[in-house]
Design a protein around this ligand. Structure first.
Ligand SMILES: [Zn+2]
Length: 421
């Protein structure tokens, strides 16, 4: 979770503030710098006095959040400076990504490295109680695998499909989890694990992960386009994650991209979400005669297998390729509107279906956008795939929890992300 340079380091205050604020400022400065820092450099970066830095680093060393990591010779004179870096084992956070098809759980150490992961299929029938219990088991297994001492696990972040009620920690009515209606997921997982729990939207978590750990893809202004069971868009504008008025930003699934397309559950035809589902593409391939008849479109496993076959057929020219390119064009239409509306630099694709589509999809989207992106004469528009793979939502959820450690005043910065304790 390194994000280059010292450009965005927060400034500390030398007034008599409680330690917590400045401790977080210093920790954040260490996190944001790819190099290890000396106390002198920390003072320069944060605006804190040498004495304050000395006290804070002592506290952070004692708390096991920071460690000394070698020495740096000054410019010939003076004694060598001790360098500081984050102690990876100082804290851990757990991230859970609830996708209607698969639940991913990761554990991050303090530096943002994934130190354990679990991926389990979302049980059929999607009974909330059964599913939440299975998530709790996965969380415990992942913590154990990470060998993370319980008292060093700061909390669990959940990335869930929208819409969500962030204030109450409730998953409202996810379209692809039919049995889920007003499920108090934050409270239930808190009760089962005993850990503080935070709930956010899947696409927002994914966009945060990209911002923190995605390298160059995560800088500036971009849309994270999530391709999973349902699609959605997370937004980062000017290096800031955009949440909207109720943290439900990015509900783009019902933008109509094909008025003659299949009927969506919302009652209209040709919504981008519906026409992006493997089920629809498989159906098209069966009708075109390139996949065998008789695939049960209500059987998730059968559809997944057929979708994998379609994607592998699409690597060569032919109807399979045309089906996938047509999907890329439908999605490009939505990307184009978002990009033009918000003057973005980039789309980053990710989500459970991305890896299979990636080999040919990126170029197809780029080609479809080529002629249409209005500000192309001013700046280019990039099409990228996440570097974080299928774990991106879970990593994002865990990094939202870690952010609380690094934010001088998280309750002010993220009022809507109140952690249930
Ligand atoms: Zn719809």
């Amino acid at each position: 979770m390194t994000a280059g340079g010292l450009v965005a380091v927060r400034r500390g205050t030398n007034l008599d503030r409680v330690g917590g604020f400045n401790d977080a400022v210093v920790l954040d400065a260490i996190r944001r710098t790819e190099e290890r820092l000396s106390r002198v450099e920390l003072a320069e970066a944060t605006g804190l006095s040498g004495q304050a830095i000395s006290n804070i680093t002592r506290r952070l060393l004692d708390a096991g959040l920071v460690r000394e990591a070698g020495r740096q010779r000054g410019n010939g004179l003076g004694k060598p400076r001790t360098l500081l870096e984050l102690e990876p084992t100082g804290q851990y956070s757990v991230g859970v990504h609830l996708d209607p098809a698969v639940v991913t759980v990761v554990v991050l150490d303090l530096t943002g490295e994934v130190v354990a992961r679990r991926r389990v299929e979302t049980p059929y029938g999607d009974n909330p109680d059964v599913l939440i219990s299975s998530i709790a088991v996965s969380v415990e297994e992942a913590i154990e695998e990470a060998k993370a001492p319980r008292d060093r696990v700061v909390g669990v972040g959940i990335a869930a499909p929208g819409p969500i009620d962030v204030e109450r920690g409730v998953v409202v009515d996810p379209p692809n989890l039919a049995a889920w209606h007003l499920v108090p997921l934050r409270h239930e997982l808190r009760a089962r694990t005993g850990l503080p729990v935070l709930l956010d939207k899947d696409v927002t978590a994914a966009a945060s992960a990209e911002k923190w750990a995605g390298g160059p893809n995560g800088r500036g202004s971009f849309v994270f386009f999530y391709l999973g069971t349902g699609i959605g868009a997370g937004l980062v504008i000017g290096d800031e994650v955009i949440r909207g008025s109720s943290s439900n930003v990015g509900e783009i699934g019902h933008v109509i991209v094909d008025p003659d397309g299949p009927v969506c559950y919302c009652g209209r035809r040709g919504c981008v979400g519906e026409t992006s589902q493997p089920r629809y593409l498989v159906q098209q391939a069966v009708q075109a005669g390139i996949l065998a008849q008789g695939i049960d479109l209500d059987d998730r496993h059968a559809v997944d297998a057929a979708f994998a076959e379609l994607c592998s057929l699409a690597s060569g020219p032919g109807i399979a390729r045309e089906i996938v390119v047509a999907l890329a064009e439908r999605i490009a239409k939505v990307v184009e509107d978002i990009a033009n509306l918000l003057d973005l630099e980039r789309v980053v694709f990710g989500g459970p279906h991305w890896e299979q589509l990636a080999p040919f999809f990126g170029d197809a989207v780029q080609a479809a956008l080529e002629e249409r992106f209005l500000v192309r004469s001013v700046h280019p528009f990039e099409v990228a795939g996440t570097a974080l793979g299928a774990d991106v939502g879970a990593i994002g959820a865990a990094s939202l929890v870690l952010d609380q450690t690094f934010s001088p005043n998280p309750s002010v910065l993220l009022p809507e992300l109140a952690v249930e304790r």
